[in-house]
Write a protein that binds this ligand. Sequence first.
Ligand code: ZN
Length: 424
Amino acid sequence: MPQYDLLLKGGHVIDPANNVDSVMDVAVAAGKIAALGKDIPAGQARKVVDVSGLYVTPGLIDIHYHVGHGGAPLDWFTPQARVHLLPLGIPADLALTSGVTTIVDAGTAGADTFQLEKEEVIDRAQVRVLAFLNIVANGMEGGLEQSVDQMDAKLCAETIKKYPNIIVGVKTAHYWTEGPWDGEHTPWAAVDNAIACAEAAKAPVMYDFWPRPERSYSDLILKKARPGDIHTHVFAQQFPILLKDGKINPILAEARQRGVYFDVGHGAGSFWFRNAVPAAKQGFVPDSMSTDLHTGDYRTVSMTNVLSKFRAMDVPLNDLIRRSTVNPAREIHRPELGTLSIGKEADIAVLEELHGKFGYIDCGYAKMNADVQIVARLTVRAGRIAYDPSGIGMIEWEKARPQYFNNPSEGNSAPATAEDSPHH
Ligand SMILES: [Zn+2]
């Protein structure tokens, strides 16, 4: 009996956690990474996939995602429903098509709706789903993110402690971007409540933020945010990323010195080339790549689309992989993820770097021409092939075993698959 279930042969392995960046084979057994080596014999594996010319990396981690339907009230489409908007989130497993094996729902659910999100989505997904809990008990679906009395720091912290294996932090978002301040709506109410919850739960905060004269961006990242907290949507239109002379705003480096992390959180409204390109050119690349996938943007944005944009800005691929594996794992305090270390769960992405004529768009409907694109060719989740659209891990149909050619209506043919393989 071969000792490995799956052998990815001849790929260029990039595993920043272990400083691996060279051509190597990766072997999987019993759902775990079993071996990395220069020439692991093909005979030692039940299934061998030739990945030469491709990059083999740890499964990517997208720490800003919105799962469908993410704690939305089950009656959302009935006349009695409080809101009739289409639920914000999208299917969790769509992430697998981009080489992503771990997603973190960014506050779609709060304390009152998390149980529903867990039962409907998290417990059923093939992709690993973790979550930031919205400081607002009702989460994002109920239209209550403006209600300060819904921000219950104690309930939030209790809920985080109840699900230590799933909830990784607190999220605050969308709070009072325009309305006049009043007794209830003070400038920092959402941020302060999120921090109070995070202090009690000993967890990081992810900030979605809108600066106003009474609450500046520099106060958020230099005073309010604690070391280990994350500012997401960093290249959104509303942040002073560049000074008047085009130089990068020094508060970003100062905040980094303090231990604050910056996350892409691209989404439908939070990524402008006018901020991203000059920043990247001056050496400021966000600590973590992420999509902010929700119903507003999933037709264009994906993790590989985000990586492609930064690759087109000349960020080296191995650096992008670090910012999609080790870095986000550190931000959510899950160092066991985002690595190909022996014995770890076998979450693997096989990526290809294409060269040709490509175009990318931002949230201001501006375009950037490029000559490079990153695409996902194979995704392995817990040792099983979860995504393989071009069949690089499959046998040619003419070579399939006899039962593949059977007509099930004539009986006696299951399973009608071409071979036994670790595909889902
Ligand atoms: Zn979001």
